[in-house]
Design a protein around this ligand. Structure first.
Ligand SMILES: Cc1cc2nc3c(=O)[nH]c(=O)nc-3n(C[C@H](O)[C@H](O)[C@H](O)COP(=O)(O)OP(=O)(O)OC[C@H]3O[C@@H](n4cnc5c(N)ncnc54)[C@H](O)[C@@H]3O)c2cc1C
Length: 582
């Protein structure tokens, strides 16, 4: 079997390409495919990590375990976070062709139409739901609801909803939610109400393999065939080559970039760009690279001795993440994913089921099967659904109805905390209570001018006291659900649970237990320069010609969903902008 046709640094060095894409992650693979389809433009995609295509990387559940030594993940700690009493949080992302889509939790979610209508009403021309719906549709091949309004069946990126719920507490929770007046709603249905529980769409293909953006958009067959497309892996871009357009002007233009072997900093390479460079290095990598290249807040760059080419204060100024707080219970080990560790015979059975029964069983699924997403003002102070709700409050197209909390049902311990007997004597079930529209935000700054040193990431978690309001409601809703489970006789036992439901106890529980949802975003927001924006409505970096950004950095605010589908939508949109301008 021939290996992936990745190009060496020597073979691309000193050459010119029409388009150069930095970062072959979730967005970068989409863009590389779209820009090279017609064979007119020469396209170079540069990815820092390797090509990963092992059997394990395709099995949905196994490939989601980013703590496994073989996972193509990078991890590092945030700076100490004042909102969490000085605790740091672990940050995680993908470092491989396909980026974070190689190891994420597989959820495919677009957020509600109101999300994009809010962008539009805030001035982002061409980003309302009526503009982006068809773009979501274009990328996807929806295997479950194909033919439903707004769902695509012709795109390369497959997703499906697996109807079978394996774990009893998940089933009991969706039953409990229904009994509390939270109805089932269809995942990603643009007309569904903003109050509902859903079985989730997941980027799992027909063969029950993970469908990451490298396998969907840039399979070996495409890259081998397209002579105008070069993919180079294991290469880190260390800075952009930016010059004044002419000697008399202060208008800047990107003309190429500098790069090195990721594991060897001795030799430097350069490639030139004829048309544009597009940054797809993720919300952390993209802002880091701009800062390293002298594009960012003047004061910060000067402190590090980096020559300031363009003073752009918005770069790295608005790092956002969803804030998650897990409540954990002990459950019988057979009712949790921990059974794969604690019960070797069951693990072998699941393995054989996956192999020989067309991906059936636990391994062929995502970790998170179902969730509740809603707007917290639909709950009263005790976490109960309000008695009188006006129909207009449920309309998902309205910007002021965007859901702001999610309760995920996880049949596993999602934290890095160790508990005696877990995965041996018992398993874990957790409610991951998440603030989807945090007011808190932090920043990304360089630790040094060394491109290999991780930047200083301040996630800003719980730095805005207003975030405690939706969080308390999410925690109370989860505790109500847990009571309903106990009332059915189900043996839930406390593992990490708030002692009571007073505001003070819930808030301190949140501070002690909050974790990253790994949804970094908005470090190079799409907005005008005077409002701390970094890119305009066609994703062009303010003040630097020939440079765009298309990844999780550009969201004006973090979307109220898991981020990979909106990231792919942004990449598709960027390809449209570029091809239209030819
Ligand atoms: C553990 C985890 C679980 C998640 N679960 C879900 C989920 O279930 N559903 C969902 O929708 N979202 C999920 N997310 C979030 C989602 O996957 C990401 O937000 C999204 O994939 C980010 O896409 P991106 O293109 O912006 O960045 P990435 O996919 O991270 O791509 C960036 C790429 O750029 C490369 N790169 C960076 N710097 C350089 C450089 N200087 N030179 C060359 N290459 C560089 C990196 O190696 C990487 O491959 C999860 C995230 C994590 C970490």
């Amino acid at each position: 079997m021939c290996s992936y046709p990745s190009k060496s640094l020597n073979s691309i060095a000193s050459k010119s390409y029409d388009y150069i894409i930095v970062g072959g992650g979730t967005a970068g693979c989409v863009l590389a495919d779209r820009l090279s389809t017609h064979g007119v433009n020469s396209v170079l995609l540069i990815e820092r990590g390797p090509v990963v295509d092992s059997w394990a990387s395709r099995v949905p559940l196994i490939s989601s375990n980013f703590q496994d030594a073989k996972s193509p993940a990078y991890t590092f700690n945030s700076v100490p976070l004042p909102g969490l009493g000085g605790r740091s949080l672990a940050l995680v992302g993908g470092k491989a062709l396909g980026g974070t889509s190689k190891l994420n939790g597989l959820i495919y979610s677009r957020s509600v139409p109101g999300e994009y209508n809010a962008w539009e009403s805030d001035g982002r021309v061409g980003w309302g739901w009526k503009h982006v719906e068809r773009v979501f549709e274009k990328s996807e091949n929806c295997l479950s609801f194909g033919g439903s309004p707004g769902r695509g069946t012709h795109g390369p990126w497959q997703n499906q909803t697996i109807e079978e719920i394996h774990f009893k507490p998940v089933q009991l929770n969706v039953d409990a939610a229904s009994s509390m007046g939270i109805p089932q709603s269809k995942s990603n249905d643009p007309d569904a109400s903003v109050l509902g529980w859903s079985l989730l769409d997941a980027t799992i293909d027909q063969q029950k393999h993970r469908c990451s953006t490298d396998t969907a958009f840039l399979p070996k067959s495409i890259v081998s065939r397209r002579k105008n497309l070069s993919v180079s892996t294991g290469a880190i871009v260390t800075s952009l080559d930016i010059e004044p357009v002419t000697a008399e002007t202060d208008i800047l233009r990107v003309v190429g970039l500098h790069l090195e072997d990721d594991s060897d900093s001795k030799k430097r390479y350069h490639v030139s760009c004829v048309k544009e460079v597009i940054l797809c290095a993720g919300a952390i990598g993209t802002s880091q690279l701009l800062l390293l290249s002298g594009v960012g807040p003047q004061e910060h760059l000067t402190t590090l001795g980096i020559p300031v080419l363009k003073h752009l204060p918005g770069v790295g100024a608005h790092l956002q993440d969803h804030i998650s707080v897990p409540i954990l219970f002990k459950v019988p080990i057979t009712d949790s994913i921990e059974l794969l560790m604690g019960k070797p015979i069951t693990a072998i059975k699941e393995f054989l089921k996956y192999l020989f029964l067309n991906g059936k069983g636990i391994l062929g699924q995502q970790v998170q099967h179902a969730n509740i997403i809603l707007r917290s003002n639909l709950l009263d102070d005790h976490g109960q659904v309000r008695k009188h709700i006006d129909r207009s409050e449920l309309d998902s197209h309205l910007a002021h109805n965007i859901p702001d909390i999610e309760v995920m049902f996880l049949p596993v311990n999602p934290t890095d905390r160790k508990f005696d007997g877990l995965a041996k004597a018992y398993g874990a079930f957790s409610y991951l209570c998440t603030v989807l529209k945090p007011k808190s935000f932090g920043s990304l700054r360089l630790a040094s001018s060394d491109p290999r040193q991780q930047p200083l990431c301040d996630l800003g978690t719980l730095s805005d006291p207003e975030d405690f309001l939706p969080l308390r409601k999410a925690l109370r809703l989860a505790l109500l659900l847990s009571e309903k489970l106990r009332n059915t006789g189900y043996p839930l036992q406390d593992l990490s649970v708030p002692h009571d439901q007073s505001d003070a106890i819930l808030d301190s529980f949140a501070k002690e237990n909050a974790m990253s949802t790994y949804h970094y975003s908005s470090t190079c927001r799409m907005d005008t320069e005077d409002r701390f924006g970094v890119v305009d409505d066609e994703l062009r970096v303010h003040g630097v010609a020939g440079l765009r950004i298309a990844d999780a950095s550009v969201f004006p605010q973090i979307p109220a969903c898991h981020l990979q589908a909106p990231v792919v939508m942004v990449a598709e949109r960027c390809a449209e902008f570029l091809l239209k301008s030819e």
